[in-house]
Design a binder for this molecule. Structure first.
Ligand SMILES: Nc1ncnc2c1ncn2[C@@H]1O[C@H](COP(=O)(O)OP(=O)(O)OP(=O)(O)O)[C@@H](O)[C@H]1O
Ligand SMILES: [Mg+2]
Length: 242
């Protein structure tokens, strides 16, 4: 891993108006994410984790400060450029999977390419099948979400985030809706994919368990980064499937 920086936040602040009061969700966030790293942002409920991911993922804009991704200031983008950034450069993984109930596993994965544009259906199907195999879902490509377990649904979501080869993958409590063992497997899968594909992962969670897979852990407390821990990230098995 090089120490090249892929995501940089500068003096980031986000406040929300709430009646007469102002809620400070994030303040003075200076963060540098290295290309290819598995970064975990750990913090309790309400510490600003989702707010931070929304800034980095281009879903929301800061009140103050800026976000640079791959040397470009995304916080200065207009609506069109921001849409393009979200479509092409960012893969999202959510706590409740956010996959479409009426679509088969491979179709859910293929959606990412449909949004990106320029792909024909047979190609989408082929690429989706390939990536589903990669996340351990060979033979389950034609199933609907209701015919998959929670852990399997999250694998579909991970495949959907990966298939467009984004610059970064951002994950908001990706194991939050899973039992301990399944959560562990999902964390391991993400970590292995991060190593294999060299995709940068930014994972936010309040789950201490996920930090064992991290290259670095950013501790978020009441909207501020309190400390940054370097981890060896040695808890990696060589297995992706299972
Ligand atoms: N749209 C909003 N309007 C007002 N306050 C908000 C809004 N969004 C977030 N907040 C506040 O900002 C703070 C940070 O919220 P955020 O959702 O980022 O926390 P979190 O760390 O993701 O929490 P959780 O672990 O519960 O998901 C909280 O105090 C929250 O109430
Ligand atoms: Mg949150």
């Amino acid at each position: 891993m090089t120490d090249e920086i892929i995501v940089k936040t500068k003096n980031l602040r986000r406040t929300f108006e709430f009646g007469e009061t102002e809620v400070v969700a994030l303040d003075k966030i200076d963060m540098e994410i290295r290309r290819g790293e598995f970064a975990v942002v750990l913090g309790p409920s309400g510490s600003g984790k989702t707010t931070l991911l929304n800034m980095i993922g281009g879903i929301d804009k800061p009140t103050k400060g800026k976000v640079e991704v791959d040397g470009k200031e995304i916080t200065a983008y207009d609506k069109d450029k921001l849409n393009e950034y979200r479509r092409n450069d960012v893969g999202w993984i959510f706590q409740f999977f956010n996959i479409v109930a009426s679509l088969r596993a491979w179709e859910n994965v293929g959606l990412a390419l449909e949004f990106k544009g320029g792909y024909k259906t047979p190609e989408i199907k082929k690429l989706s099948y390939e990536i589903l195999k990669h996340v351990g879902l060979k033979g389950k490509e034609e199933r609907f979400p209701s015919q998959l377990s929670g852990g399997e649904q999250q694998r579909v979501a991970i495949a959907r985030a990966l298939i467009k080869k984004p610059k970064i993958i951002v994950a908001d409590e990706p194991t939050g809706n899973l039992d301990f063992v399944t959560g562990q497997k999902i964390a391991e899968l993400m970590r292995n994919l991060n190593k294999e594909e060299k995709t940068t992962f930014i994972v936010v969670s309040h789950d201490l368990n996920i930090t064992q897979y991290a290259d670095r852990v950013f501790h978020l407390q009441m909207g501020k980064i309190e400390k940054i821990e370097e981890h060896p990230g040695t808890m990696v098995s060589n297995k992706v499937e299972g």
